[in-house]
Ligand binder design. Structure first.
Ligand code: GDP
Ligand code: MG
Length: 179
């Protein structure tokens, strides 16, 4: 029996957005299927890895980078962004002001990282905590996505595991296409 090694790809994906919107919860939900309602502040550079059997020849290792307590600076160092192939920008549906920060995070991202050939990194927007409310869904979101060429947006819940896989898959598909 001959065994062939699968091709392995490593994709660095960023999860950014204001403090408390659910970034760490989304990463935990996606990477190990867990959720905790107790509030733990993440400190330091932090990432989780999820390995996906993409097809019979390809294994994809997703490295999900957590912003890890640097939210208050409103921008991150280039080191954090380096080599990223996709990003999820998260806001909190229970706090409309966190949507207004999405633009700031997007512009910071687009200033600091590009794909080879200076193409922009693909982005999805996650309107998180959809299990609590969707009443405050900003009506500007569709225009925003058009204006900034956002791949897609999703109402998510890290708590109830809603649309997290779909959102990540959208980013992974884009990263595979760009690869
Ligand atoms: P971060 O600062 O962006 O990393 O936010 P966290 O992941 O630490 O989440 C902040 C708080 O919101 C925590 O108490 C989480 O349990 C809670 N949380 C995160 N996502 C959700 C969600 O989808 N639904 C609900 N109900 N709570 C959430
Ligand atoms: Mg966190």
């Amino acid at each position: 029996l001959l065994q062939f090694r699968k091709k392995e790809l490593l994709f660095k994906i960023l999860v950014i957005g204001d403090f408390g919107v659910g970034k760490t919860s989304i990463i935990r939900r996606y990477a190990d299927g867990t959720f905790s309602s107790s509030y733990k502040i993440t400190i330091g550079a932090d990432f989780a890895i999820k390995s996906i059997s993409w097809d019979k020849n390809t294994q994809i290792n997703i490295q999900l980078w957590d912003i890890a307590g640097h939210e208050r600076f409103g921008s991150l160092t280039g080191v954090y962004y380096r080599y990223a192939v996709a990003a999820a920008i998260v806001f909190d549906l229970t706090r409309p002001e966190t949507f207004r920060s999405v633009e700031k995070w997007l512009l910071d991202l687009r200033r600091k990282v590009h794909l080879p050939g200076s193409h922009p990194v693909p982005v999805v927007i996650l309107a998180n905590k959809g299990d609590i409310t969707i009443a405050t869904l900003p009506n500007e979101i569709v225009n925003f996505c058009e204006k900034y060429n956002i791949l897609a947006w999703f109402i998510t819940s890290a708590k109830d595991n809603v649309h997290i896989d779909e959102a990540m898959l959208t980013l992974i598909n884009a990263a595979v296409d760009n690869h």
